[in-house]
Design a protein around this ligand. Structure first.
Ligand code: ATP
Ligand code: MG
Length: 433
């Protein structure tokens, strides 16, 4: 059989009848003394195949030996069968075994840890296959969103000489005879890039040595960031809301089937794709928490997970919180002129307990204030001299934000743990395979 004569299972299901040639892996196999039933899977779908002993004892004998994940080529007649898992069945007339698989280490009802130990095999599962397809859509949507709006893609180095998001989560690496750090963000370099390209974006690997074990933190993740000259806080918030709605719309357009496999509430996603997302100030968030939920959060403390959860649940759609207390924010987030205790920054919090998916801000133009804040963090402002120089050569107001790709995938797919939103997760406790 020629390459071109094979079709995917999804194409076969569309075709609906006639002869089909399929290639794939055994998803399930069940044999009685009269029939072997196979569920075949490939990258696109699953389909039931039947081999009656009466029709061909020779094929029947081969099919009896098939183990889970064995690779095969199958030809046969396709017909509708409402009892079959995807509504069609192939009556097999040819069966070529490519490889008989060893006993598969993953069977039903496995512990999450065993599934992570066997991640190289588990990514074949229907669940992971669906998540990875949605991740593909999310990544593609981010590129088209920015490219469609005149942003240039701009890359920053992964090896960086200094921190930008706090020394506590820095990964130090040997760099020839020196020490460097893995990128915690693209931002500082992006702030140089906007003076050349105006509006820029990027999606790149990001590294943070997160020591707390949460279901929302990876040590290696992908951050999609944007930065734009002349843009104020309000402008950046608007782009962020549009971007999230666009991503959800794209997933709804391309991945209904995958969302169904994941048993995700599609109606809810349709609501997120259209809804207006509110913006509130940190101070208003505290009023809601303290007055409506008796939570007693004092002004000046960062919102913890349970507080972020409450705020997002209160609004039932993604919500933007701005003006967090300046002193607990990164050195580059500027104090507002009206009230310097509040910073011109924002987080977007996703509902259903998923919390922060985006963090961003206007960028400070106050060099002395930034130096003081870096020093207070034990940093040497000398290491940032190139960054401060940007404020001396045609400095302009500008803003940007970072979106956690895995956080967005986790929320859209409705996953309990962020580890399932990336093929091979890295956390403090998980470094293989
Ligand atoms: P958090 O408070 O949840 O740790 P953060 O304030 O450290 O987040 P930012 O520095 O604003 O996050 O980073 C921008 C975005 O990157 C976050 O909104 C989030 O979506 C994502 N992000 C940050 N840290 C991680 C991580 N360890 N794993 C996965 N995504 C992350
Ligand atoms: Mg963090």
């Amino acid at each position: 059989m020629k390459e071109s004569e094979y079709i995917t299972i999804e194409e076969a299901l569309k075709k609906g009848s006639g002869k089909v040639n399929l290639r794939g892996w055994i998803y399930r196999q069940r044999a009685s003394n009269k029939f072997v039933f196979i569920v075949l899977r490939d990258e696109s779908e699953i389909i039931q195949c039947v081999i009656p002993k009466s029709k061909s004892p020779e094929i029947f004998e081969k099919a009896e030996k098939l183990t889970i994940e064995s690779s095969v080529k199958i030809s046969g007649e396709l017909k509708e069968d409402v009892r079959a898992p995807t509504g069609f069945e192939v009556s097999v007339s040819e069966l070529e075994i490519i490889q008989i698989a060893d006993p598969f280490p993953i069977t039903e009802h496995q512990s999450p840890e065993l599934l992570y130990d066997n991640r190289h095999l588990w990514i074949r599962s229907r669940k992971l296959n669906a998540i990875l397809k949605i991740r593909h859509t999310v990544v593609g949507a981010i590129h088209s969103f920015f490219r469609g709006r005149g942003y240039y893609e701009f890359d920053a180095p992964i090896f960086q000489p200094s921190q930008s998001e706090g020394g506590a989560t820095l990964f130090e690496v040997k760099y020839f005879d020196d020490i460097m750090y893995l990128s915690q963000t693209w931002q500082l370099y992006a702030e140089a890039g906007i003076f050349s390209l105006g509006k820029i974006y990027n999606m790149g690997p990001t590294f943070r040595a997160e020591k707390s074990k949460t279901s929302r933190h990876l040590a290696e993740f992908w951050m999609a960031e944007m930065e734009a000259a002349w843009m104020t806080l309000d402008g950046a918030v608007k782009v962020a809301k549009d971007e999230i709605r666009f991503i959800v719309q794209e997933v709804l357009k391309d991945n209904k089937k995958e969302l169904e496999i994941l048993e995700r509430d599609i109606k809810l996603l349709e609501h997120y794709a259209k809804a207006e997302y509110p913006t509130i100030k940190y101070a208003e968030a505290l009023e809601i928490l303290n007055n409506e939920y008796q939570m007693n959060v004092p002004w000046g403390k960062d919102l913890r997970t349970k507080e972020e959860e409450k705020i997002a649940e209160h609004f039932k759609v993604p919500v933007v919180v701005t003006h967090y207390p300046t002193e607990i924010m990164g050195f580059y987030k500027p104090p507002s002129e009206e009230n310097p205790k509040e910073a011109l920054c924002f987080d977007m919090l996703a509902p259903e307990g998923y919390c922060e998916i985006i963090g961003g801000s206007e960028r400070s133009l106050l060099v002395e204030d930034m130096k003081r804040r870096l020093e207070a963090d034990g940093e040497d402002p000398e290491n940032y001299s190139w960054y401060f120089a940007l404020r001396r050569y045609g400095s302009v107001p500008h803003s940007g934000y970072g979106l956690g790709v895995e956080r967005v995938v986790q929320w859209i797919c409705g996953l309990d743990n962020i580890k399932d939103s990336i093929p091979f997760p890295r956390t403090m406790l998980r470094k293989s395979p």
